[in-house]
Design a protein around this ligand. Structure first.
Ligand code: ADP
Ligand code: MG
Length: 335
């Protein structure tokens, strides 16, 4: 039996502004097992980052967690004290941001930042903390890690800076790493290297990962399970192979058909017409209905997230087998 490390129940995070309430995270529930890699995908603005920030209670004003629970090994992080949270953040649950400068301080040498990070949670000497820092830099492929410790963040390239941020995330061998589009800003080749490295390290250390991306081709080779977000809600969730080859939600289907790295070469790329709706005062009903080709009167009501074909899906008009022109017929033929 695999152990459930993280259980998110009905999490809602709102931004209350003069323009109205943005329901950035709207009744989101999912679990993460030990050693599991969960891919969290969706277009920009769908609530992926705010979900991640909510887990570690990093959402700042005017955002606030409006409801729900985040159970880490049974402890609710929504109601935990700041002191308890500090013990968990960076130590048991680490986060890698899209911009490594969210982790790094520009005016401090890497050595100072890494050694202080080690000392914040481990009862070891400075010399031991330094050794661990060198090891962590080596693990993420920084050449001459001993010498590079003396450098400042600006003396590294973008890819190397992100590696340093990843090394810091690895320092305490956390149980969970939440990676929020950590390779999106990097060259494709560097992206692939870093991806392979994190995958290898997570596997070796038994770390669970929540990998956030708008890029389906990234998660297709990485994740065990996939959660697709749209307008603050999970619209489909299940085994990655199943969801990518046999999507049920019209939005998932559209995403797959528009992803260059996922559909076979030569097939025309699809475009999902329209744009993500504003999350301010979202009207009742399915949030995808304005862009959906299967829309009808039923979609004026909110669909529930229900179990269907071995996954969860929130749609009244799930994609029928025959209508699934998502280009993944090859994968289906094999089964
Ligand atoms: P993603 O990471 O999927 O691109 P985010 O989680 O960053 O999206 O944002 C989700 C939604 O939260 C945004 O579409 C926006 O409506 C709202 N939001 C995020 N940050 C703020 C903010 N500082 N003020 C108001 N609304 C915000
Ligand atoms: Mg984001």
């Amino acid at each position: 039996m695999t152990e459930t490390l993280l259980k998110i129940c009905n999490l809602s995070t709102h931004f209350v502004t003069k323009a109205g309430i943005a329901r950035a995270v709207n009744d989101v529930s999912f679990e993460l097992a030990s050693r599991e890699i969960l891919g969290l995908v969706g277009e920009s603005g769908s609530g992926k980052s705010i979900t991640a920030f909510s887990i570690l209670r990093l959402v700042t004003h005017p955002g606030r967690i409006a409801g729900g629970r985040v159970l880490f090994r049974g402890q609710d992080l929504v109601t935990a004290s700041e002191e308890e949270l500090r013990r968990i953040r960076g130590n048991r649950i680490a986060m890698i941001f899209q911009d490594p400068m969210m982790t790094l301080n520009p005016v401090l040498r890497i050595e100072t930042q890494m050694v202080e990070t080690v000392l914040a949670h481990a009862d070891v000497s400075r010399a031991e903390a330094r050794i661990r820092s060198v090891e962590a830099l080596g693990m993420v492929g920084i050449p001459s890690p001993d010498e590079r410790l003396a450098a400042y963040p600006h003396q590294f390239s973008g890819g190397m800076r992100q590696r340093v941020a990843i090394a810091i995330a690895l320092l305490h061998r956390p149980d969970i790493i939440i990676a929020d589009e950590p390779t999106t800003a990097l060259d494709v080749t560097i992206q692939a290297q870093i991806l392979a490295q994190i995958q290898g390290l997570a596997n070796r250390h038994g770390t669970s990962l929540i990998w956030i991306t708008h890029d389906l081709s990234v998660v297709s080779g990485l994740a065990d399970r996939l959660a697709v977000m749209y307008a603050g809600r999970i619209v489909e969730m299940g085994d990655v192979g199943l969801v990518l080859t046999r999507p049920k939600h019209q939005y998932t289907n559209g995403l797959i058909r528009s992803a260059p790295g996922v559909i076979p070469r030569g097939q025309p790329l699809h475009q999902i017409k329209g744009a993500t709706p504003s999350l301010f005062n979202l009207p009742k009903g399915c949030a995808f209905r304005m862009r959906c080709t299967a829309v009808d009167a039923a979609c004026q009501e909110d669909p529930d997230l229900i179990q269907q074909d071995e996954r969860l899906v929130r749609c009244f008009h799930t994609v029928p087998t025959a209508g699934r022109a998502n280009g993944l017929a090859l994968a289906e033929k094999e089964t």
